[in-house]
Design a protein around this ligand. Structure first.
Ligand code: MN
Length: 267
């Protein structure tokens, strides 16, 4: 099994080292990750300049650093290594829960894999005053990987570990009721006003969600999908307005030719 490992904390993060070490027990692992930290980069790609791919000495597995975003790294990694079976992204230093996953580079790396037809798992752990103890996490990580590999049950999975040793594992849904992004005003050392777009802790949790599980000391696993369509609203709109012209669409030729280089998703 070929396992591509990436992250958004950068190729030198202790989290990616721990993940690659664990992945190497399940197959051939290779790291392709950003050369510097790209946390909160979301699913941006670098289209305005070329990317470079440099071999990087690493303790455990073959590793490369890329001057790009997490999504760039995974796209490059999959295109330059034949038959990647699964992509692992993380282990992120910081949780990726609820609406925060919209901003997450860790999730974006996994999403990029899923877009290219390769199943992917994002993994994250909270950071307290001290950095996470990845040695202590080893048995838990192994338990999760053994459950999800070699064939992940779905294309895109979001795993969050609790801060302390987990009480167990729960399948959860994304918590969407609360948003933790906040613009906080302040002053720079010269007394000029500035603003910090930061994250504030959320204490309320909805039962059955990722945040609920992690805040109660469980490892959370959430299956995600790439289809953002609001299917309920779509049904409602069609029922209300009808889609009378839908039948005539097939009779119309498409506008322009298909885009070059477009691939159909494998799975
Ligand atoms: Mn990060």
């Amino acid at each position: 099994m070929r396992i591509l490992v990436s992250n958004d904390d950068g190729v030198y993060s202790p989290g990616i080292a721990a993940l690659a070490r664990a992945a190497a027990d399940y197959g051939e692992a290779r790291i392709v990750a950003p050369d510097v930290e790209r946390s909160s980069a979301g699913h941006s790609i670098t289209s305005s300049r070329p990317l470079s791919y440099k071999r990087t000495p690493h303790l455990v597995v073959e590793a490369y650093r890329v001057n790009g975003t997490p999504a760039d790294c995974v796209a490059l990694g999959i295109s330059q290594w034949n038959n990647v079976d699964v992509v692992l992204s993380g282990i992120n230093l910081g949780p990726n829960l609820g609406n925060g996953i919209w901003h997450s580079g860790t999730l974006a790396a996994a999403k990029q894999a899923a877009l290219m037809g390769v199943p992917a798992i994002a993994l994250s752990i909270p950071v307290g005053n001290a950095e996470p103890d990845f040695n202590a996490l080893r048995p838990t990580l192994r338990e999760v990987l053994s459950l999800l590999l070699p064939k992940p049950p779905s294309m895109l999975l979001n795993v969050n570990f609790p801060h302390e040793h987990p009480k167990g594992m729960l399948w959860t849904k994304q918590s969407v009721r609360f948003y933790d992004g906040k613009v906080v005003p302040g002053h720079d050392p010269m007394g000029r006003p500035h603003f910090w777009f930061t994250v504030v802790p959320i204490t309320e949790t909805e039962e059955g969600t990722d945040r609920w599980a992690v805040s109660r000391g469980f490892t959370s696993i959430t299956p995600l999908r790439l289809d953002l369509t609001d299917h309920v609203e779509l049904e409602r709109a069609i029922a209300r307005h009808g889609n009378t012209e839908a039948e005539t669409v097939n009779a119309q030729p498409p506008n322009g030719a298909d885009e070059p280089g477009v691939v159909e998703r494998k799975r």
